[in-house]
Design a protein around this ligand. Structure first.
Ligand code: FES
Length: 119
């Protein structure tokens, strides 16, 4: 695992989220309930940016485009393109369900680190 420092702790206060570029990948960092999560910043459905998605009480990020929902801890699909009515459902049927990519994180030495495979 290659650990890469992405931000200082102060740059991502509780409740905030931020997109960072790490080795050519856009990664969404989410600081929620004392934990920092890292996911791909683009939705696996049709690539829409997830940064403005809402987060459900059970920790799923809901894509603002067609409302697919993904667990921010595991990336598992909770819902696949359920809305808007008609449009979302059709787009959901013609696209294969894919999990959201998630990355390990750690907070250490006043910094936030993201782990990438390899190295
Ligand atoms: S782009 Fe995210 S649900 Fe369609």
């Amino acid at each position: 695992m290659n650990w890469i420092r992405v931000l200082s702790e102060q740059e991502l206060p509780e409740g905030e989220r931020k997109v960072v570029e790490v080795e050519g990948r856009l990664i969404l960092l989410i600081h929620r309930e004392g934990e920092v999560y890292a996911t791909s910043s683009n939705c696996p459905h049709m690539g829409g940016p997830l940064v403005k998605g809402s987060i459900s009480p059970d920790g799923a990020i809901i894509c603002p485009w067609h409302h697919s929902a993904f667990d921010i801890r595991t990336g598992d699909v909770k819902e696949w393109s359920p809305r808007p009515p008609g449009v979302g459902k059709v787009l959901g049927i013609i696209s294969r369900k894919k999990a959201l990519t998630v990355y390990p994180t750690r907070v250490e030495g006043g910094s936030i680190w993201v782990g990438l495979e390899g190295g």
